[in-house]
Design a binder for this molecule. Structure first.
Ligand code: CO8
Length: 261
C-alpha cells in the first residue's frame, strides 16, 4: 500500500483504519483526498485480509468539515457537476464495498463529511461530534448524496428540516433521530468502533456481505423485489461452508469458526 498525502492507513487485527488527515483544513475533502480514498478502496476490495474498515478524522476537532470550499469557490457549473459526480462515485463505492465500513465520527461531520459518514454502514459518534448539511448557507444544495441518504436514514421530514435550515446537531440528537448508531466518550471512540468491527468479524462473513447487499439493493426497489432478492441470497448461503459450520456449531453447542467460504 503506497503512502498517501491526505490519508493515514493502518491494519490492526483484520480491521483497516483510514484516517482522513488534513487537520489544518478540518479534513475538508479536496479532489486529491477523494482520489486517494477512491484508490484505497479499490485496493482494499482486492485485499481479503482486511475484513472491516473504519473511517475516522485526523486531529481533535473534525471528522470531515465538508467538501473543500476554497476549491469549490471558482468552479463553473460543468466543473461543479463533474466534482459532485466524482465524489458520488467514490461514496457509492464505499456504500457498496463488500465488507462492513464503520464511520468513527470524532468531531465535525458537515456537508460532504456528513455525506461520507452516511455512505458508511454504521456511524459511531463521539460526544463531541456535530452533524449537519450546511450547504444552503453557501448557496448550494448537498452534492455528495446528502439529499438522498439523509431522508433514507432519518425520514423525509427531519431530513428536510436539516437540509433547509443547515442547522448543526450534536451527537445526542443524531443518535435520537437515527443518524448515529452509538455515542461514546471521545477517548473511547476508536475502541468502540474496533469492538463493533471485531464482533461483526466473528459472524459469518458471507452472510454479513449478503446482508449488506440485500439492505442496499432492497432500499432502491419495491418491497416485493427486495424480498425476492433476499430469498436469492438466503438460498445462496446454503451453498457455503459457513452455513454448515454455523448451524453445526449451534447443534453441537460450540462457537462457530467461519472461513468465509
Ligand atoms: N473547506 C475548506 N476549508 C475549511 C472547511 C471546508 N469545508 N472547513 C473548515 N476549513 C478550514 C478553515 O477555513 C480554517 O482554515 P484557516 O485556518 O486557514 O483559516 C480551518 O479549516 C479551521 O476552521 P475554522 O477556523 O473555521 O474553525 P472553527 O472551529 O472556527 O469552525 C466549523 C469550525 C464550524 C466547522 C467551520 O470551519 C465551518 O463552518 N466550516 C465549513 C463547514 C461547511 O460549510 N461544510 C460544508 C461544505 S460544502 C459541502 O460539503 C458540499 C458538498 C457537495 C458539493 C457539491 C459539489 C459541487
Amino acid at each position: 500500500m503506497r503512502d498517501y498525502a491526505n490519508l493515514l492507513f493502518e491494519v490492526a487485527s483484520g480491521v483497516g483504519i483510514i484516517t482522513i488527515n488534513r487537520p489544518k483544513a478540518l479534513n475538508a475533502l479536496n479532489y486529491d483526498t477523494l482520489q486517494e480514498l477512491n484508490e484505497l478502496f479499490d485496493q482494499l476490495a482486492e485485499d481479503q485480509t482486511v475484513k472491516t474498515v473504519i473511517i475516522t478524522g485526523g486531529g481533535e476537532k473534525s471528522f470531515v468539515a465538508g467538501a473543500d470550499i476554497t476549491a469549490m469557490l471558482p468552479m463553473s457549473a460543468v466543473e461543479g457537476r463533474k466534482w459532485a459526480k466524482f465524489a458520488q462515485a467514490v461514496f457509492n463505492k464505499i456504500e457498496n464495498f463488500p465488507r462492513p465500513v464503520i464511520a468513527a465520527i470524532n468531531g465535525f461531520a458537515l456537508g460532504g463529511g456528513c455525506e461520507l459518514a452516511m455512505a458508511c454502514d454504521i456511524r459511531i459518534a463521539s460526544e463531541k461530534a456535530k452533524f449537519g448539511q450546511p450547504e444552503v448557507s453557501l448557496g448550494i444544495p448537498p452534492g455528495f448524496g446528502g439529499t438522498q441518504r439523509l431522508p433514507r436514514l432519518v425520514g423525509k421530514g427531519r431530513a428536510k428540516e436539516l437540509l433547509f435550515t443547515g442547522d448543526m446537531i450534536d451527537a445526542a440528537e443524531a443518535y435520537r433521530i437515527g443518524l448515529a448508531n452509538q455515542v461514546t466518550a471521545p477517548e473511547d471512540l476508536l475502541n468502540a468502533a474496533k469492538t463493533m468491527a471485531q464482533k461483526i468479524m466473528t459472524r459469518g462473513p458471507v452472510a454479513v456481505e449478503l446482508c449488506k447487499a440485500a439492505v442496499n439493493e432492497g432500499l432502491d426497489v419495491d418491497l416485493e423485489s427486495g424480498v425476492a432478492f433476499e430469498a436469492e441470497v438466503f438460498g445462496l448461503c446454503f451453498a457455503t461452508a459457513d452455513q454448515k459450520e454455523g448451524m453445526a456449531a449451534f447443534v453441537e453447542k460450540r462457537k462457530a469458526v467461519f472461513t468465509g467460504k
